[in-house]
Design a protein around this ligand. Structure first.
Ligand code: URA
Length: 440
C-alpha cells in the first residue's frame, strides 16, 4: 500500500477500507508517513468527507494507536466531558469541581487549544506548578481520593490523535465532522470513562457553523460512544458569541472561579449546569434534570465546588491560592479599551475572529511549537443584542506586545457588526442527542 495512492483515492472521493485507514494511522504515528503527506490527506478529507464506516474505523484505529487506560480501580461510575471547541469556553473548569463535590468521580482527559479555540490544559497551566502529565497510578488515586483528576493526553494515549491534532491545528484542517468526531471519540474510548457528555458547539465561533452540521457531528459521536458501550449524551450549545465575558487563559480561569463563587455570567452558568446535570444523571446520582440542577446549585451556595477546585489544583501540584485571591494571577502589561465606532446594537459577532484576536495576542499557538502567553486576552463588554453608544468600550484587550495589539484591535473591530437592527436572540441550549432520541 502507498500513501500516495490513498491520498489520491480520497482526493477522487473514494471511500477507504478499514485496512487502508489502519495503514495511514499506523504509518503516521510511527513517523513513516511524513507531515506533508498526512497534511494532503487531511485536506482531502476536509474537502470530500468520510462516511460513517470510515469515521468509525478511523476512531478505532486512533484509539488503539497507544495504551487504553484501565480505570476499573476507580470506585463508582466514572464520568468525562468534552467540548468540540469554542471561544471563552471554560465550562470544564466550572462543572468538574461541581460534579466531584457531589461525590461523582470525574476522570477527565482534556486537550490544548486548537485553531481559534482554547483548551482546558492550557487554562489549567495558569495555576503556577500545575501538572497535567499524571501517571496512570496517580490519576486513579487522585480520582479515588478527591473525585477529580484532569490529565492531558500522555504520550501514549491515542498518540495518533495527538500527532494529527497538532498537524490539523496549523494546516486549517480542523473543521470536518469525521476528523472532529474521531479525534474526540478516540481519546474518550482510550481513556476509559463510563459516561461521556459531549458539548457540541454551534455557530460563528464553533468549527460547525450550522445547526445541521452540529447535529450530524453530535449524532456520529453518540453513535460511536454507544457502540463502544459508553453512556453518551451530546448537548448542542450556542457559540454565536463567546461564552461568558472572558477570552484568554488567565482571564477565563478567573471567570470560572467567579462562577463557582456565585458571581458568574448567566450563559456560562447555564451551559455548565446543563452539561453537569447529564453527568449526574448518567452516573445515577440524580434522576431528573431538576434534581441534578438543585444539587449542583447547592455546591455553589455552600462553596463546596470552589473548595473542590482548590483541592484539585493542589493535588496536581499547583498553587491553589489564586482560587481564593484571583488578583494573584499574572496580568498583562497593556490593558486597553476598544471603543465602539458607532451607535447601534451588536447585531452579529464573528466569534472565531475573537478567538483569533486572543491567538494573535499570544494566547494560542500559531505553530506547533509556540509558547502560550497566559496573561493576554479579551474582556467582552458588549454581547449580541446589547445597545452601544459611539465611544463606549465594546471590549478590553490585555496584551504584552504593542505591535500585536494593533492587529488585534483591527481584527476585533472586524469581528463586531454594529447596526440599527436588534438581532433575534439565539437559545443557549439547542437540544440533546442521546442513543434513543434527539430532544430539541
Ligand atoms: N476537540 C478535540 O479533541 N478534537 C477536535 O478535533 C476538536 C475538538
Amino acid at each position: 500500500m502507498q500513501m500516495y495512492d490513498l491520498i489520491n483515492k480520497k482526493k477522487n472521493r473514494g471511500a477507504l477500507s478499514k485496512e487502508e485507514i489502519e495503514f495511514i494511522v499506523k504509518g503516521y504515528t510511527s513517523g513513516e508517513i511524513p507531515d506533508y503527506q498526512m497534511s494532503a490527506f487531511l485536506m482531502a478529507v476536509c474537502l470530500n468527507g468520510m462516511n460513517y464506516e470510515e469515521t468509525l474505523n478511523l476512531t478505532v484505529a486512533m484509539a488503539s494507536s497507544g495504551d487504553v487506560l484501565d480505570l476499573s480501580a476507580i470506585h463508582g461510575t466514572k464520568v468525562d466531558k468534552h467540548s468540540t471547541g469554542g471561544v471563552g469556553d471554560k465550562t470544564s473548569l466550572v462543572l468538574s469541581p461541581m460534579v466531584a463535590a457531589l461525590g461523582v468521580p470525574v476522570a477527565k482527559m482534556s486537550g490544548r487549544g486548537l485553531g481559534h479555540t482554547g483548551g482546558t490544559i492550557d487554562k489549567l497551566e495558569s495555576f503556577p506548578g500545575f501538572s497535567t502529565s499524571l501517571t496512570g497510578g496517580k490519576f486513579i488515586s487522585n480520582v479515588n481520593r478527591i473525585k477529580l483528576a484532569i490529565a492531558g493526553q500522555t504520550a501514549n494515549l491515542a498518540p495518533a490523535d495527538k500527532k494529527i491534532y497538532a498537524l490539523r491545528d496549523v494546516t486549517a484542517t480542523v473543521d470536518n465532522i469525521s476528523l472532529i468526531a474521531s479525534s474526540i471519540m478516540s481519546k474518550k474510548l482510550a481513556s476509559g470513562s463510563d459516561v461521556i457528555v459531549l458539548d457540541v458547539k454551534t455557530g460563528s465561533g464553533a468549527f460547525m457553523k450550522s445547526y445541521e452540521d452540529s447535529l450530524a457531528l453530535a449524532g456520529e459521536m453518540v453513535r460511536i460512544g454507544t457502540m463502544a458501550g459508553k453512556t453518551t449524551y451530546a448537548v448542542i450549545t450556542d457559540m454565536n458569541q463567546p461564552l461568558g465575558r472572558a477570552v484568554g487563559n488567565n482571564l477565563e480561569v478567573i471567570e470560572a472561579i467567579n462562577t463557582l463563587d456565585g458571581r458568574g455570567p448567566s450563559d456560562l452558568l447555564e451551559v455548565s449546569l446543563t452539561l453537569a446535570s447529564y453527568m449526574l444523571i448518567g452516573a445515577g446520582r440524580a434522576e431528573s434534570m431538576a434534581e441534578a440542577r438543585q444539587l449542583l446549585e447547592g455546591t455553589i451556595k455552600d462553596k463546596s465546588a470552589l473548595n473542590k477546585l482548590a483541592e484539585f489544583v493542589s493535588a496536581q501540584g499547583g498553587d491553589s491560592s489564586p482560587v481564593y485571591d484571583t488578583g494573584l494571577f499574572k496580568k498583562a502589561d497593556i490593558i486597553e479599551d476598544v471603543p465602539s465606532l458607532s451607535d447601534g446594537y451588536v447585531s452579529y459577532i464573528h466569534t472565531d475572529e475573537i478567538g483569533m484576536v486572543s491567538l494573535i495576542l499570544g494566547g494560542g499557538r500559531q505553530t506547533k511549537d509556540s509558547i502560550i502567553d497566559l496573561s493576554v486576552g479579551i474582556q467582552i463588554h458588549k454581547k449580541l443584542g446589547d445597545a452601544v453608544k459611539k465611544g463606549e468600550p465594546i471590549a478590553t484587550l490585555h496584551a504584552n506586545d504593542s505591535g500585536k495589539l494593533k492587529e488585534a484591535r483591527q481584527r476585533l473591530y472586524n469581528a463586531y457588526l454594529i447596526s440599527n437592527e436588534k438581532p433575534a436572540q439565539h437559545p443557549i441550549i439547542y437540544g440533546v442527542v442521546t442513543d434513543k432520541d434527539v430532544l430539541a
